[in-house]
Design a protein around this ligand. Sequence first.
Ligand code: PMP
Length: 284
Amino acid sequence: MSRIAYVNGRYLPLRQATVHIEDRGYQFSDGVYEVCEVRDGYVIDQRRHLARLQRSLDELGIAMPMSETALAIIMRECMRRNRLHDGIIYLQITRGVARRDHGFPPPGTHPSVVVTARSIDFAGNERTAAEGLAIITVPDNRWQRVDIKSISLLPNVLAKQAARERGAKEAWFVDQDGHVTEGSSSNAWIVTKGGKVVTRPADNAMLRGITRTVLIEVIEAHGLQFEERPFTVEEAQGAREAFLTSATFTAIALVLAVTALGPVRRPLTAPEPVEVEALAAEAA
Ligand code: PMP
């Protein structure tokens, strides 16, 4: 079955789903995105993803081109047309199509909207989570507003590629003070020897992951020791465990063999139950 994408009002086979070459997303990375997990035909944490999308748009001064309800209907329709049961939905909104000029385009330029859906082998992810994965560390050379989920991801692309070339699956960005900010596409966590779960506060130097927010709620609901503070690579090396979170790596992927970080660590048992906000209630 060929995949179907939504592009600016139309549902099209992926091969025909194209955007204009003067789209500002293509020309300037002038846009934002979201990735939502779909499980059993439900969009997980949809409300939070759409709220973060709205915030990213607001920070960049791009108008939300449709209501949240309309966007949710498009997401559901993409799931239905792709018979998506387990996977991800990708949403992208750019400042639209205009003659190439760095400044904002004239008022009335419509933002472009793209929505795609694809299946994911979550069983494979769970195996990885059980086995753990290797990471590398790279200097954080990104701009100061990575709290905005913008499609400008070149440093993240290069970091992920550097990880792969060294046989690792993820790269942790490290700031000038030696603190881990986040992964190239995930948030970073450790569990200290004393059993405290630690993750960096969500400042402008990292993306406030939805999975991170949900996990903090779960940790607090379970009365686990938790601290939001920066941690260093050395602290991660000496930690009992280290792990990462992202919507595609649903709950938790464990960083067991951290490249250059030393010994293999024991897997952390995933806290249960992971809270699910099933707002798009219609099964695909
Ligand atoms: N940080 C970065 C840089 C990311 O790309 C992602 C994945 N979107 C995350 C953190 C995790 O965010 P979420 O839990 O919302 O997927």
